[in-house]
Design a binder for this molecule. Structure first.
Ligand SMILES: C[S@@+](CC[C@H](N)C(=O)[O-])C[C@H]1O[C@@H](n2cnc3c(N)ncnc32)[C@H](O)[C@@H]1O
Length: 210
């Protein structure tokens, strides 16, 4: 078995390269998922292509072409699998305000998947996979518990801290919030996430086909 991993951010790729360096059967390559090289990932050459949590710098209208490209890397009869998640459902006002701001920023930048409050990408996955040429054989949903007292809570707090840094300049550019107010909101969200009464759940969709 040989595994090829791709990501677009140099610092993530370098870290992943370090992690797989001793395995001997895995490589991690920097690639823009919108333009994957046929030399790195030749068409019809993989027994499994697994895409996870692509939402960030990719626009909704770019997904159909990306999926066609990824599905095209699968050998005939092999599996394409794709996981995405929605914004968390929590009882933290600051957390909910944080994700509402992201949605407002996505709308302002004409990058939103949905005109409403949810992120909305999970509703589109099945159709896009089919349109990329797959017959759906995998269609499941699960949840990640992030309430206080679970392991998921700490991982969620850490992810949100990282997301805060990644999304700050985007939100400031779109004008949905001033910097100082955003920083205060993020600090408040961290306090609420670490309270004993924090409840939260993340919905994850797993879809794919042959
Ligand atoms: C939420 S993280 C998911 C990381 C990883 N796929 C996983 O499942 O844990 C989103 C990743 O997408 C990467 N990314 C965003 N836009 C990209 C692009 N155009 N091409 C390749 N990677 C991209 C980011 O660098 C980031 O690592």
């Amino acid at each position: 078995m040989h595994v090829t991993g791709i990501d677009g951010r140099p610092q993530y790729v370098e870290k992943a390269q370090e992690l797989v360096s001793l395995l001997g059967n895995a490589e991690v390559v920097r690639q823009d998922i919108r333009h994957v090289s046929d030399e790195i990932a030749p068409p019809a050459s993989f027994d499994l292509v697994h895409a996870r949590f692509l939402v960030s710098m990719v626009r909704p209208q770019e997904y159909p072409a990306i999926l066609t490209s990824l599905v095209g890397r699968c050998r005939v009869g092999s599996l394409f699998a794709w996981d995405e998640l929605e914004f968390p459902i929590t009882n933290s006002p600051a957390c909910q305000a944080f994700y509402a701001l992201i949605q407002a920023g996505l709308k302002a930048a004409e990058r939103a998947f949905s005109p409403g409050e949810p992120l909305g990408i999970t509703a589109m996955m099945r159709r896009w996979i089919q349109e990329a040429g797959c017959s759906i054989t995998l269609d499941a949903a699960s949840t990640i518990e992030i309430s206080s007292g679970t392991r998921g809570r700490d991982a969620f707090a850490w992810q949100m801290w990282r997301l805060r840094k990644q999304i700050r300049s985007f939100l400031l550019e779109t004008g949905v919030i001033p910097g100082a107010a955003f920083d205060e909101l993020c600090s408040q969200a961290q306090r609420e996430i670490f309270s004993d009464n924090f409840f939260g759940l993340i919905y994850v969709k797993n879809a794919g086909g042959e």
